[in-house]
Design a protein around this ligand. Structure first.
Ligand SMILES: Cc1cc2nc3c(=O)[nH]c(=O)nc-3n(C[C@H](O)[C@H](O)[C@H](O)COP(=O)(O)OP(=O)(O)OC[C@H]3O[C@@H](n4cnc5c(N)ncnc54)[C@H](O)[C@@H]3O)c2cc1C
Length: 397
């Protein structure tokens, strides 16, 4: 039986990054990824911020396809609110290459990487965890001191150890398009119940000429039609006339960060812990941020040989203190957003559509920390306070 200090279920960006951090401290670490090819299938629009590169120390070369300066937000009434335009707010990445790079970095740090290996069960035993792993017809058994569940939105580790579930699972669909004629510096966001009930639709230019794009949308549980219905409608947008669908993708986004992310010998991170921004569905930055915290606490735990839930709780406290507030506030904002009718949405977007407010958005807006915009925005447009009661109500669970 193979033995490791740490075993990680899931070779996505978060799983690879957390193991790289631990292996670079000399720990004996393994990642088990069920797919044979890293980074596939892609379930992502690939819009991130510079912080993702700051955390991972990856070079942008070969990974960043385009830089985003601003957004055109289209209201259900057809009006457009344009924000940004002066500085870079987002980076469009080649997600497959990004995952491959983190995998390579983990490999270089000494991580044992197993692709085509699915974790099928896990059991706590005296002072360790035993994992059962399936590779084709073969079954392997592995022992570790700590098991990290970085196995994505449908995490098996989360289920096996009885962790709470995310509050919501958004259904997403998307495609890579060619033959677009877009301003490469701007993304387009479409909101409203007809376009993408419970979330939004997007068009993201993926090259500096604006001739290719990644489009998509997510819907919440209150939608009247299947995803494909909304996707077909998105393709009818005048902006997308004459374009070609090259490749489709889909996926789910877990929302509502878990109130419990550790147990004896077990830690959850990334989508497995629903560490995702509820306002944008972006999970790469918060997942990597939490992975760094997870690696610090796992390392301390190995140094002290303390693997109990009380010790591992340091990780839960760390990530909730640093970024959890932003994610929990995001859920409150989401609750308010999903309660708005299209008429109300139109009204609020109209309120925002004046130069003074747009200047505030441009100064304080931050894709990773949208709550930082709330106070400056309310100071400028006090009438937006009418949104507050819905936000202040606690999100259940
Ligand atoms: C439509 C859509 C668009 C998105 N757009 C963006 C965006 O623009 N920006 C952004 O920041 N985020 C975006 N996200 C979210 C982002 O893709 C995720 O937050 C991110 O992939 C989370 O990384 P992860 O490593 O935690 O999980 P994942 O990337 O899901 O990786 C988990 C890995 O675990 C493996 N696995 C699962 N079960 C097992 C098992 N039992 N054994 C072994 N391996 C297992 C899976 O195969 C997978 O490779 C989007 C998501 C969707 C669905």
């Amino acid at each position: 039986m193979d033995e490791y200090d740490i075993a990680v279920a899931g070779g996505g960006p978060v799983g690879c990054f957390v193991t790289e951090q631990l292996a670079s401290k000399g720990r004996h670490v393994a990642v088990f990824e069920e797919h044979r090819t890293i980074g596939e299938p892609v379930h992502c629009a690939g819009l991130v911020t510079q912080r993702v590169f700051d955390i991972t120390k990856c070079s942008q070369i070969g990974l960043v396809q385009n830089k985003i300066y601003g957004a055109h937000i289209h209201s259900p009434a057809g009006a457009t609110l344009t924000i940004g335009g002066e500085t870079v707010h987002g980076l469009v990445i080649n997600r497959k290459r990004f995952d491959e790079t983190l995998f390579q970095n983990a490999h270089s740090a000494g991580v044992s990487l197993f692709t085509g290996y699915k974790v099928v069960s896990a059991k706590k035993q005296e002072n360790h965890i035993t994992l059962t792993i399936q590779k084709d017809e073969q079954t392997l058994t592995v022992r570790c001191n700590i098991l990290i569940g970085a196995d994505g939105p449908y995490s098996s580790i989360r289920k096996i150890f009885g962790f709470p579930h995310p509050i919501e699972m958004l259904q997403g669909i998307g495609a890579e398009l060619s033959d677009t004629a877009l301003d490469p510096r701007f993304v387009h966001i479409f909101v409203g119940r007809i376009v993408a009930p419970g979330f939004f639709a997007w068009i993201i230019p993926t090259n500096v000429h604006g001739t290719t794009a990644r489009i998509g949308l997510c819907i919440g549980k209150q939608s009247n039609h299947p995803l494909q219905h909304y996707f077909t409608a998105l393709l009818q947008q005048p902006l997308l006339q004459g374009t070609n669908v090259m490749k489709r993708f889909g996926g789910v986004i877990p929302l509502g960060p878990l109130k419990k992310t550790v147990d004896d010998h077990v830690m959850l991170v990334g989508d497995a812990a629903a560490q995702v921004k509820p306002t944008s569905g972006g999970g790469i930055y918060p997942g990597l941020f939490c992975a760094a915290q997870c690696a610090i606490v796992a390392e301390e735990s190995l140094q002290k040989q303390q693997f109990d839930v009380q010790f591992l709780k340091h990780y839960h406290r760390k990530w909730t203190k640093e970024i959890g507030r932003e994610l929990f506030l995001g859920m409150r904002f989401r609750k308010m957003f999903t309660s708005l009718t299209d008429e109300q949405l139109v009204k609020y977007l109209e309120k925002l559509n004046n130069q003074k407010t747009i200047d505030v958005i441009n100064t304080h807006g931050d894709i990773d920390y949208p709550s930082r915009l709330a106070l400056p925005l309310i100071r400028t447009s006090p009438s937006l306070l009418s949104l507050a009661p819905a936000m202040l109500k606690r999100t259940k669970k």
